[in-house]
Design a protein around this ligand. Structure first.
Ligand code: N2P
Length: 384
């Protein structure tokens, strides 16, 4: 199916290129269409090509977009998208807060959207430039972290639980105890990881002890610290960057993982690595996190118009579907859903996506007056 999508995409691209240039060569990066002179049969997609920048700087989570999509954007619009990657909201925030990051678009999660709006780091969204917004599921717009989507547009969402190799856990896993209790992880010492994340990892331990993952109650956080410090000697690493690869290669048999990262371990990731059919994913009975990552244009972006054009491109159903097939997370694009392959839909029913029953034990991370406590706790735990 992924191949099929690619073929369709290439065919579409060729057709568009022919229509736009009368068969001539595509304009190279940096050459604005308007300046290329001659042909006036530009595609009628409402994009003013004379206003496009040559390059767009996209700061995104790692393994979070199909690179073929960036090539397609460049062929269609002559804009080269330069991608840098990060593995936590806090790393991204540190870079952006310092100012002059040079990035146009970043992809903060829910609670980080709240932080960035509060700190004045975001440029307002101009919805008149986003004709493809109609493809997004209205139930996933207008969320608590950005009412009215004034500053952010959903990119992907997902859930956080435990990925594991069924060869080593033939009876499955149903509790955070499997990864947090020293007696249970001792046989797998050095073969499992927890996310390197100030909200995710304390959040998992909080759910394990029956608390909200947003709890900053000092007694609960003291207990979380004990649990995570007791686990730490057995861990291979705090890892948010290549859990997918390490599960696929069986260097890890178990991992605190994002759903799509687990899906990548299961299915492989494009040409990068192949999948391992023994990987399964579960949201433990005590509950886990649900989150949404959102495209946001930075206040100091010099390329606000081009950034909107790129965001609108990513919201085309066929592009959103192609990205979703590649990364294995969940798309907020309702019209992309029907374009997904039977393979990915089947895995969604096997725990890689929430059903109604699972929704009841999922929780969003929020930012409030107390949540900086997680940064301090995390620094302390990692420093030990
Ligand atoms: C992709 C990261 C998923 C985003 N590597 C977690 N919010």
């Amino acid at each position: 199916m992924m191949q099929m999508l690619r073929v369709l995409t290439v065919a579409l691209l060729l057709a568009l290129a022919l229509a736009a240039c009368g068969g001539g060569p595509a304009t190279g990066p940096g050459n604005e269409y308007g300046a290329s002179g001659g042909d006036t049969t530009a595609p009628s997609d409402g994009v003013d090509r004379s206003k496009l920048a040559r390059q767009l700087y996209f700061y995104n989570w790692s393994d979070y977009i199909d690179p073929a999509v960036l090539d397609q954007f460049e062929s269609e619009y002559g804009v080269k998208v330069i991608v840098d990657t990060y593995d936590s909201n806090e790393d991204m925030l540190a870079k952006v807060r310092a100012g002059n990051s040079g990035y146009d678009i970043v992809v903060p999660s829910d609670y980080a959207v709240q932080i960035m709006i509060a700190e004045g780091l975001a440029a307002p969204i101009d919805k008149t430039l986003l004709s493809n917004l109609v493809h997004l599921d209205p139930n996933l717009l207008d969320q608590y972290f950005d009412k009215g989507n004034a500053y952010s547009i959903p990119y992907m969402y997902g859930i956080t639980g435990i990925a594991y190799n069924t060869k080593f856990f033939p009876n499955g896993i149903d509790s955070w105890a499997a990864i947090l209790e020293p007696s249970q992880v001792a046989p797998f010492a050095g073969k499992f990881s927890m996310l390197d994340d100030a909200r995710e990892t304390p959040g998992a331990a909080l759910r394990y002890i029956g608390q909200s993952l947003n709890s900053t109650d000092p007694a609960a956080l003291a207990r979380v610290k004990e649990i995570l410090l007791a686990q730490k000697p057995y861990l291979a690493a705090y890892n948010s960057s290549d859990v997918n690869r390490k599960l696929a290669s069986e260097e890890y048999v178990l991992a605190h993982s994002w759903s799509g990262s687990a899906m990548q371990a299961r299915n492989g990731l494009g040409d990068e690595f192949s999948g391992n059919p023994d990987i399964a994913f579960v949201i433990p009975k005590e509950g886990g996190m649900i989150w949404m990552d959102n495209m946001m244009i930075l206040k100091d972006s010099p390329n606000v118009y081009t950034a909107h054009v790129f965001m609108n491109f990513l919201m085309r159903p066929e592009i959103a579907a192609q990205i979703t097939e590649y990364v294995g997370y969940l798309t907020p694009n309702k019209d992309a859903l029907e374009l997904l392959s039977p393979e990915i839909r089947e895995l969604y029913t096997q725990g890689f996506a929430p059903d109604e029953e699972m929704y009841k034990r999922l929780e969003w991370a929020v930012r409030n007056e107390g949540t900086t406590a997680f940064d301090d706790l995390w620094t302390e735990i990692k420093g030990r």
